[in-house]
Design a protein around this ligand. Structure first.
Ligand SMILES: Nc1ncnc2c1ncn2[C@@H]1O[C@H](COP(=O)(O)OP(=O)(O)OP(=O)(O)O)[C@@H](O)[C@H]1O
Ligand SMILES: CC(C)(CO)[C@@H](O)C(=O)[O-]
Ligand code: BAL
Length: 282
């Protein structure tokens, strides 16, 4: 496994593979890796000749300075996990490498960036679009792998690829969960054992709500019930729970197609903000 910190050196290495007609699969991450990330690497290995992972905590997608400062970082452990998973190339640039010079170009995603994550994290998706575009241009991968855990982000990337004509095959990988259903997430490292158990409520709520909707309960009622569940819980605070159409991530009151209907949730426990979702036909 080869590790690079400089764009030019990474490009030179990738060019060698490209000249041999090898297919490059990219897994962008912010590090503090867990089994969710490794499942992305495994999928990338299946579908590519060369697997590349980037580890970069991108400051421009953080709207909350404390969230950025406290974001878990553990590069030695990450490199160890990636080596064991059979990753070929790791890119771990400094902020100065990724953001040298001026950076006032803003990417906007229309209606997709004004709801849910976009609404509660102003500027977040513009920052994601900016860094992912840079990574796509640097790596020029044949395929890229993203997790369903960040469902709205997946659709943001899809829009980026479609509208900017990146010749990249996009893959969405299912969410890896702990035994109690809690979605694996780097930010879980900031939770105590008790908080991790308590945070199982997030997935329970999603699952119960999806089942209720499929059995005919109205979306309005399901949302009310979810709010009540969280009000009763002393540790978890619900930020949003919505049933949306994945085309635009805006709330719906009736289901037109279960395949494009998602239940999305964000909740805080302690000072840690967690997100999760289920597609209605999960
Ligand atoms: N539990 C999971 N299962 C599958 N993929 C995941 C999971 N968690 C994250 N991913 C995916 O891994 C990629 C990198 O995500 P990232 O490094 O931000 O990790 P994270 O666990 O989502 O961290 P956090 O949510 O705390 O930012 C993204 O495409 C993300 O959707
Ligand atoms: C896609 C990404 C690596 C961009 O910084 C990040 O948003 C993430 O880890 O999901
Ligand atoms: N996993 C999504 C990146 C973020 O929370 O900023």
């Amino acid at each position: 496994m080869n590790t690079f910190k400089k764009i030019e050196e990474l490009r030179a290495e990738l060019l060698k593979y490209r000249l041999e007609n090898k297919k490059i699969g990219l897994v962008p991450t912010m590090g503090a890796l867990h089994h969710g990330h490794i499942s992305l690497v495994e999928q990338a290995k299946e579908k590519s000749d060369v697997v590349a992972v980037s580890i970069f905590v991108n400051p421009t997608q953080f709207n909350n300075p404390e969230d950025l400062e406290k974001y878990p970082r553990n590069i030695e452990r990450d490199l160890d996990l990636l080596k064991k998973a059979g990753c070929d190339i790791v890119f771990t640039p400094e902020v100065t490498e990724m953001y040298a010079g001026s950076h006032d170009l803003k990417i906007s995603f229309g209606v997709l960036e004004n709801s849910l994550e976009g609404k509660f994290r102003p500027g977040h998706f513009s920052g994601v679009g900016q860094i992912v575009s840079k990574l796509f241009n640097i790596f020029q991968p044949d395929s890229a792998f993203f997790g369903q855990k960040d469902l709205q982000q997946f659709f943001i990337i899809k829009k980026l690829i479609d509208q900017l004509c990146f010749p990249i095959e996009l893959h969405m990988i299912p969410t890896k969960r702990e035994d109690n259903g809690l979605a694996m997430s780097s930010r879980n490292e900031r939770l105590t054992q008790e908080e991790k158990l308590e945070a199982g409520l997030i997935y329970q709520t999603l699952k119960q709500s999806a089942e209720a909707i499929l059995e005919g309960t109205s979306i309005h009622h399901v949302i009310e019930q979810a709010n009540e569940l969280f009000e009763k819980n002393e540790r978890l605070t619900l930020e949003y729970f919505e049933v949306v159409e994945t085309e635009n991530f805006t709330g719906i009151s009736t289901v037109s197609d279960p395949k494009t209907t998602a239940l999305c949730i964000a909740a805080e426990i302690g000072k840690v903000r967690l997100i999760d979702n289920l597609l209605l036909n999960y």
